[in-house]
Design a protein around this ligand. Structure first.
Ligand SMILES: Cc1cc2nc3c(=O)[nH]c(=O)nc-3n(C[C@H](O)[C@H](O)[C@H](O)COP(=O)(O)OP(=O)(O)OC[C@H]3O[C@@H](n4cnc5c(N)ncnc54)[C@H](O)[C@@H]3O)c2cc1C
Length: 461
């Protein structure tokens, strides 16, 4: 039990708030995005600035507390929170500063992607992130960052220029290609293992209005659509991104009523090339087969990034499984289709994200992100608002994963791991870069102070 006097002293010296059980906002402060996670920390330090982060790290270490770092709170397994220990909550460290001439943006460690997209869009610029604007910059970036611009601009980490970090010993360091370059390498794919990142600086691209949106087909056409999609994407221009999905059409506008609650398959497109070439680029796509729904058209980048936000508000029940694939064989497609037909709830889905184009031209050892040679990152998510349906969504997700895993490249994107698959699975997901990550972990966090993450163990414990 932590000494009450030292907690009082800690509280007095924070510029932000120290939230404890019994405080009126405690229950709000311990909520994370996944409604399946209910953890009860002893303390939540809502840091106002870097000095608060340094103080929190020192307090956690001196009092031997389990410490979690909270960015956007989106992590599937709830890695932004912990039971009993101290949560270093970055949500108030929210600022964005765009330098349009240098084409960079610097953002606070507590930003979510919607903050960044809003700030950069004002200048007709963007950096690649994910597919939902409420996801945290911190967790998504440190795990890699797969999104609509992956094929054009690479992963989010391929656009990270520098990061400020508070280490386990409380020291503040800058990292980039020249300063603490080993740490900078590890941050780009090694997750929250190495310290608290208080600021990120990203490269920006001239991405303003996209041409994109969902194009949906009847489920009876899923085999043909998957085979066509598999051939199309690897040879497509980098400007074109599209992820394959099995989904249920939401029962609300703007979707036509005859499709409401219908299980379908499709591709969510994002073309980031010149608008005048967009229609031409989509000609062969539209010629493949007439889609049952075609919502593809000009869309501002932030709108494309937040297209799914309303469908997936915080607090739903989520259960995840994932894998990387080097190929999508006919045999694997035949296994996919029955699970698409058996989606267990309106929100449940399976996505295949392309990992090619610009992302595949970065070397496997240039960053800590191992699976550069994979063609697809698969994520299977059982999602529902009602906890009473958890058994149903969990068993569908697990069975789907079990059926497809034999065709996989071995590991998963660490940001898509639920956290209940064991250490070997985590190790496989860091892949061939694991040993180098262990060496860097030993240097910067030898006691594994930061361990509420997809953990890289400095020693066999
Ligand atoms: C609905 C949804 C959609 C998603 N879509 C995508 C997507 O399109 N592309 C994609 O790549 N991923 C996606 N993800 C996965 C997402 O990248 C991970 O869940 C990620 O962990 C979320 O980061 P966060 O900061 O919100 O999470 P948190 O739960 O706050 O943190 C997750 C982990 O990151 C660490 N961390 C967070 N911030 C920092 C920091 N500043 N310094 C050090 N460590 C930190 C935490 O310690 C923890 O281990 C999605 C997740 C959800 C729930």
């Amino acid at each position: 039990m932590t000494n009450e006097d030292s907690i009082a002293d800690f509280k007095r010296n924070l510029r932000g708030r120290l939230i404890e059980p019994g405080d009126k906002d405690y229950d709000e402060a311990r909520k994370v995005y996944n409604g399946m996670i209910h953890k009860k920390p002893r303390l939540v330090a809502r840091c106002a600035d870097v000095a608060d982060v340094i103080r929190s790290v020192n307090f956690g270490r001196q009092n031997d507390l389990l410490v979690a770092i909270r960015g956007g709170g989106h992590n599937a397994g709830g890695l932004g929170i912990c039971d009993d220990g101290l949560v270093i909550d970055l949500t108030s460290i929210k600022y964005t500063r765009v330098d349009p001439a240098a084409r960079i943006v610097t953002v606070g460690g507590g930003c979510v992607w919607g903050d960044v997209d809003h700030a950069t869009h004002g200048f007709g610029l963007a950096t690649p992130s994910g597919f939902i604007s409420t996801t945290g910059v911190g967790g998504l970036t440190l795990g890699g960052g797969i999104g609509h611009l992956t094929r054009k601009c690479g992963l989010t980490i391929d656009n990270l220029l520098s990061a400020d970090v508070v280490l386990a010993n409380g020291k503040f360091v800058k990292t980039n290609a020249d300063e603490n370059s080993d740490l900078f390498w590890a941050l780009r794919g090694g997750g929250g293992n190495f310290g608290v990142v208080t600021s990120f600086t990203f490269k920006l691209h001239a991405v303003d209005v996209l041409y994109g949106g969902p194009m949906l087909y009847e489920l009876s056409e899923a085999t043909d659509v998957m085979k066509w999609y598999r051939e199309l994407i690897p040879g497509a221009p980098d400007d074109l991104n599209g992820f394959f999905a099995f989904l249920t059409v939401p029962p609300a506008p703007p979707f036509p009523e005859d499709l409401h609650m219908k299980k379908m398959c499709g591709v969510v497109w994002a073309y980031a090339g010149p608008q005048e070439k967009a229609e031409q680029t989509f000609k062969p796509i539209r010629a493949f087969k007439k889609p049952a729904l075609d919502f593809v058209g000009p869309i501002p980048h932030p709108a494309s990034q937040s297209m799914f936000d309303a469908l997936y508000p915080p607090g739903l029940q989520w259960y995840w499984r994932a894998d990387f694939f080097n190929a999508l064989s006919d045999e694997a497609i035949a296994k996919h289709v029955p699970f698409g037909e058996a989606l267990p709830s309106m929100h449940s889905t399976m996505h295949l994200y392309p990992i090619n184009g610009a992302a595949s031209r970065v070397g496997k050892t240039d960053t800590a992100w191992n699976y550069r040679a994979a063609k697809w990152a698969e994520v299977i998510v059982g999602v529902d608002p009602d906890p009473a349906n958890n058994e149903k969504i969990i068993s569908w997700t697990k069975n789907y994963y079990d059926a497809l895993h034999p065709y996989s490249a071995g590991g998963a994107y660490i940001n898509f791991l639920m956290g209940d698959e064991g250490d070997e699975r985590v190790k496989k997901s860091y892949g061939d870069n694991y040993d180098r990550l262990v060496a860097i972990k030993k240097k910067y966090d030898p006691d594994n102070f930061f361990r509420v993450n997809q953990n890289i163990k400095p020693k066999e414990l």
